[in-house]
Design a protein. Structure first.
Length: 283
């Protein structure tokens, strides 16, 4: 394991065409928007899910790359499995701190998403504590306001025998964004990474997962979701050489056409005035 010796920030640019990048269940699954600005929103949880899914696909069955947050077993059951693997007492209230620490270290070592994003594991009787992850993501926001559309669709395959008697089809709805370019920003803390065991190999896998997180997640509902740029900023120390907001401000996105945008080429992306002692890599 090679410990991280550098702080990182990163900017993700992705776009959607005729799809719903992140539906809001409180609004009939319409694309999420900021109600004041009408800028589109994609939550950090949505992006992390896609990263987790990619890691699970490419590392399936490999030790150290299990995924905790998925719908296979209850979380508390997984915590108990950790205690059993370490031959610690299970099912008892009031665990001692040493057992909790050992279980937490086990979870970090064996679950990629725990040592990457962190997790609250202080539920149930076999608690594994709270891990603060080195990799954090902000909500993605669209560069310009989006204008979601609700389209009516028909389905000829009917559900019940009663429907078959007097209907030829049923009606449904599909919510889409005609086009939107989204920007998300993230952070990698070397100090926290060295506490959870997140190493250089994990970092390489993170960049790979971000670049490919939409490639194995296509569906008619999501439309055409594409990664456009991953911009990585590498500081020369663990503490960093500049405030993160100044690093992010070096990335500018400008609309270069009149009227509504419908493709990535309708924007110009520039990177200027990067703070000193901060390296840049564009993928």
């Amino acid at each position: 394991m090679s410990e991280l010796k550098n702080r990182y920030e990163f900017v993700i640019l992705f776009d959607v065409e005729n799809g719903n990048p992140n539906g809001d269940p409180d609004a009939g699954n319409m694309p999420r928007v900021d109600v004041e600005s009408n800028l589109g929103i994609v939550t950090d949880v949505c992006l992390k899910r896609k990263i987790r899914n990619y890691v699970e696909i490419v590392k399936q069955g490999e030790e150290k790359y299990n995924i905790l947050v998925k719908n296979d077993q209850a979380l508390n059951t997984k915590f108990t499995i950790a205690y059993k693997a370490l031959n610690l007492e299970t099912g008892k209230e009031g665990k001692n701190k040493n057992d909790v620490k050992k279980a937490q270290e086990y979870m970090c070592e064996n679950y990629y998403d725990v040592r990457t994003f962190g997790f609250v594991m202080s539920t149930g009787k076999d608690q594994c504590g709270i891990v603060r992850g080195p990799v954090q993501l902000n909500f993605a926001k669209s560069v310009d306001p989006i204008f979601p559309q609700e389209l009516t669709i028909t389905r000829q395959a009917l559900t019940t025998e009663d429907d078959m008697k007097d209907k030829s089809n049923t009606m449904g709805k599909k919510n889409i964004v005609p086009y939107g370019l989204y920007r998300a920003e993230g952070y990698v803390s070397a100090l926290l990474a060295n506490k959870t065991g997140f190493d250089d190999n994990d970092l390489t896998l993170l960049w790979e997962a971000i670049e490919n997180m939409f490639e194995h997640d296509h569906s008619s509902l999501r439309g055409k979701l594409c990664m456009r740029k991953l911009i990585i900023f590498k500081h020369q120390s663990e503490l960093g050489n500049a405030p993160s907001h100044k690093v992010f401000e070096s990335v500018k996105i400008k609309k270069i056409i009149e009227g509504p945008t419908r493709q990535y080429g309708d924007y110009e992306v520039t990177i200027n005035n990067v703070p000193q002692n901060v390296e840049i890599e564009v993928r």
